[in-house]
Design a protein around this ligand. Structure first.
Ligand SMILES: NC(=O)c1ccc[n+]([C@@H]2O[C@H](COP(=O)([O-])OP(=O)(O)OC[C@H]3O[C@@H](n4cnc5c(N)ncnc54)[C@H](O)[C@@H]3O)[C@@H](O)[C@H]2O)c1
Length: 362
């Protein structure tokens, strides 16, 4: 009798840095947040998890400042310059629109502060380089906010790939897309080219291009297409890029602001197995499919499902940042990594403009 395919559904594994155990020992790092909008709140919560202390923030918009001062019970300043004068600051999170990342990062590095800068690191390679050099010169940590590297499902996927469980990697598909929660317009910080530097391929794509490198190694060339179909904006709201990795594997990055709801997923195919992970089928699990049972049919596979209590991307990214400051652990996503993802996005834009594949020039 042929053996039945094996199905292993693992019980939810606890978070490596979940709950109080996430606290990084030592004197709490005193942090300031630059830009107090949507993502800043994730940073605020992450610092609380890590046992750090958010002591002040900066935001030029008075109503946001007043709201956050009440919510967070800390002083808000109108500019990064004033924030950097706040006594005892050791680190800052840059959560302002893309156009202001470089200015805040360079000023903070010159003031000797460690920096966690939101993605994309900046809007040009020259600016990224200046930011990296400023941090190196000051001897401070510069981490880029590609939080998916700190997601437990991604970490598990990477360790399975590196263990050889998938054989030779042949194709990696990455997708991040949404519809702005059903809104009919896009906020000016994202829809105006001067503020954002690009549309969904920069905003969502930079995460996916970073994941491409994290899971598949360096990308050798890119062929992209972009379009603006859903919104009246200056930047693209749908994009696809096909990739060729230095290893010879192929891949694709899909991004959209014209999806229905929130979509985030990655699929990695190898000669010995596949990894599938998407948020579209309920709580996200990582499915590892393979064939070890003889006599199975085309659609019956052996599989192991990986499942965590909490994926922990944003909070673990902050814990990792604090650990790099306090314990000197390697920076989970460096300034250089941030710059490489910007390089891939810019190459993809150039490719879309020229209508041909382009090699990624280092
Ligand atoms: N890692 C992620 O998954 C993720 C998710 C969302 C946004 N982001 C990134 O975070 C950044 C902010 O995005 P958001 O969604 O929070 O936008 P947002 O518009 O909600 O917030 C931006 C805030 O920055 C303030 N601001 C504007 N100019 C400033 C300046 N010069 N200095 C300081 N503050 C300034 C605005 O008043 C606003 O409160 C962007 O770079 C975005 O790409 C990352």
């Amino acid at each position: 009798m042929p053996k039945r395919p094996k199905k292993t559904a693992l019980k939810a594994e606890p978070n490596a840095y979940g709950g109080p155990s996430a606290t990084v020992p030592g004197t709490p790092v005193r942090v300031g947040i630059v830009g107090a909008g949507g993502i800043a709140n994730q940073h605020y919560r992450g610092y609380t998890t890590a046992g750090a202390e958010v002591v002040a923030f900066a935001d030029p918009y008075l109503p946001t400042r007043e709201r956050r001062e009440k919510e967070w019970s800390i002083p808000g300043y109108a500019s990064v310059d004033e924030l950097l004068e706040h006594t005892g600051l050791e680190a800052i999170s840059v959560c302002s629109p893309n156009a202001f990342h470089a200015d805040a990062t360079v000023k903070a590095a010159r003031a000797g502060k460690h920096i966690l800068c939101e993605k994309p690191l900046s809007m040009s390679l020259e600016q990224c380089q200046t930011m990296i050099q400023a941090a190196q010169k000051a001897g401070v940590v510069l981490q880029t906010g590609h939080h998916l590297r700190s997601n437990l499902l991604v970490e598990k996927a990477r360790s399975l790939i590196q263990s050889g469980a998938l054989g030779k990697i042949t194709f990696i598909r990455l997708r991040q897309a949404h519809d702005w929660g059903g809104r009919k317009t896009v906020a000016p910080s994202f829809g105006l080219l001067a503020n954002s530097g690009g549309g969904t391929m920069l905003d969502n794509g930079c995460h996916m291009f970073d994941l491409a490198r994290f899971l598949g190694g360096e990308v050798a060339n890119v062929f992209a297409r972009t379009a603006t179909l859903g919104f009246d904006i200056e930047v693209e709201d749908v994009a696809v890029a096909s990739l060729e990795f230095a290893s010879g594997a192929l891949g694709s990055v899909e991004n959209a602001w014209t999806a229905t709801g929130w979509e985030e997923g990655f699929w990695v195919y190898g000669t010995e197995g596949a990894l599938e992970c998407t948020n579209r089928l309920g709580k996200r699990v990582l499915r590892h499919a393979y064939r070890s049972s003889p006599g199975t049919t085309w659609d019956k596979l052996d599989e192991t499902l990986y499942n965590f209590v909490d994926e922990g991307g944003h909070s673990r990214e902050i814990v990792n940042f604090i650990r790099s400051i306090r314990e000197g652990t390697p920076v989970v996503c460096t300034g250089q990594d941030g710059m490489e993802s910007v390089r891939l996005v810019l190459t993809a834009y150039e490719s879309a403009k020229k209508g041909k594949p382009l090699s990624v020039k280092q």
